[in-house]
Design a protein around this ligand. Structure first.
Ligand code: FAD
Length: 291
């Protein structure tokens, strides 16, 4: 049962920040409520004040710029991203990822910012955002901060957000030429959370076609989505082949530390990583060649 709380609905970002500062130790922010309400119903979270930011239209936008890339307001819904015509030129992976996240009903209400701040290790957006080298803007009455998506998630459901702080924007830089990014997740029930999620990005040299940069990011394989850096090294500076991607998958499967849980055993997750890294890597490579 949900414990009683006081509901507050600020009309502006400034008003919200003042409330966050005022109720510093006893509030919880709610955006779409798709994750938070489950925790509240289970009695795992029981705030005295619920500060509803969903109505702050100033945090609901998608902007695209050739120089600066993509900027997505924290309150933009999954569905808006999935359907946005701006998800092209290297960003189509975001729309594809959103298409497989939950059901349409959940995507219509849940926000990208809420998903990121929830810190769920099996969430879909974070691996993709790390692969795309995204950064996050936060704000509090103390000022603004900017940090890499990669550094934001600290542990199971724990992020670098400080009390009094709101996530305002997700920034994704333009992809360098000849870059391709792809994502997939393995899940038993369609639109369910990932048993394992894999995002791969590769950047090829425009001259010799060798791999100049790569990111291999694994979701649901530990407390936070994480890069498989040894596997990335296998690709760097080489001609990417099917065999090389299989080697990268093998290395990634040894690098991660998944735990056995209700969705799969540790061994099964390692096997999934091995196969999916090679498979998603092929897709990223094909995209990089066309980009
Ligand atoms: C049936 C179902 C299936 C799902 N399947 C998937 C799935 O397949 N893949 C997946 O990735 N997710 C899935 N989810 C999770 C869900 O879609 C997202 O986590 C959700 O969209 C979170 O966004 P929200 O706006 O609802 O956040 P809320 O639930 O409102 O908030 C989540 C957390 O973030 C904090 N928060 C929210 N916004 C901000 C902000 N701007 N600044 C600071 N803190 C903030 C809240 O305080 C809370 O701690 C599923 C959820 C449901 C109910």
């Amino acid at each position: 049962m949900i414990k009683d709380f006081e509901y507050l609905s600020p009309k502006t970002l400034q008003e919200a920040l003042v409330l966050l500062d005022q109720y510093r130790d006893v509030y919880k922010v709610i955006a779409g409520g798709q994750s938070l309400l489950i925790l509240m119903r289970q009695g795992l979270v029981a705030p005295e004040y619920l500060i509803d930011i969903k109505g702050l239209s100033e945090l609901n936008y998608i902007q695209s710029d050739a120089q600066e890339g993509l900027k997505i307001g924290a309150l933009t819904t999954h569905r808006a991203i999935e359907k946005s015509p701006m998800m092209k030129n290297g960003f189509s992976v975001l729309a594809e990822m959103e298409h497989r996240l939950a059901s349409i009903q959940t995507r219509n209400w849940g926000t990208l910012g809420g998903n990121v701040c929830h810190g769920e290790p099996a969430g879909d957006p974070v691996p993709v955002l790390i692969a795309l080298k995204a950064s996050l803007c936060t704000v509090s009455l103390k000022g603004q901060r900017n940090m890499a998506m990669e550094d934001f998630c600290l542990d199971y459901f724990e992020t670098a957000l400080e009390p009094g702080e709101l996530l305002t924007e997700i920034q994704i830089p333009p992809a360098p030429p000849h870059t391709g990014t792809a994502y997939t997740k393995f899940n038993v029930i369609e639109s369910d959370m990932a048993t394992v999620g894999v995002a791969v990005s590769v950047t090829l040299d425009s001259g010799d076609g060798l791999c100049r940069d790569s990111r291999i990011v694994l979701g649901a394989c530990g407390p936070t989505a994480k890069r498989a850096k040894q596997a990335e090294e296998i690709l760097r500076g080489k001609q990417i082949t099917e065999n090389l991607l299989k080697q990268a998958g093998q290395t990634a499967s040894q690098e991660v530390e998944p735990i056995s849980d209700i969705s799969a055993s540790e061994e099964y997750k390692r096997e999934l990583v091995k196969i999916l890294v090679a498979r998603v890597g092929q897709e990223a490579l094909a995209r990089a060649r066309q980009a």
